[in-house]
Ligand binder design. Sequence first.
Ligand code: S3P
Length: 182
Amino acid sequence: MAGDMADNVILVGFMGAGKSSVGRLLARRLGRCFVETDDMITAKEGRPIPEIFTGRGEPHFRALEDEAVRLLALKRGDVIATGGGLPCQDGRVEALQALGTVVWLSGDLATLCERALRSGDRPMLHGKTREEIETLYKSREPFYAKADLRVDTTSLNPDQVVAEVWKALEARTRLPHPAVPR
Ligand code: S3P
């Protein structure tokens, strides 16, 4: 393991992958703290993400993500859920890997979109056609694919995804505590 910061588990993936729900459950089972970069950003700005996009635009939101990544350097042994666009720039996945094990929650795009449209307000999907969403996804996939581990969530519920992530982490022998899965 590359130093003590490597204990974090960092979830990446497209909108609708289940990073928040899986992250929260996984943290509970590992007995760790759960951190979401989107929450760090909304707490700092004092308003929800859709309002940040409407008021200041995507570039401002991405600058806030940069700052959130810098603050993640303070985290030890946490489960961290990232926003869908956060890992998608050169050097970013590598920066996350310096903080811990990066896990890609992947899935069939139609399933991801259906989930994303069902829950929460995603400015990145506003007014986009199916083709535009697919283009966005394709541009992001190479970044997600750099993750250390991948779990396909397409036909799994959050509990099952947690179990798969657990297994994958264990196989990599990077579980920091001898905790027992429930
Ligand atoms: C975004 C995904 C969102 C949030 C913001 C931008 C993106 O997070 O960070 O709306 O660019 O894909 P989720 O992936 O949790 O939906």
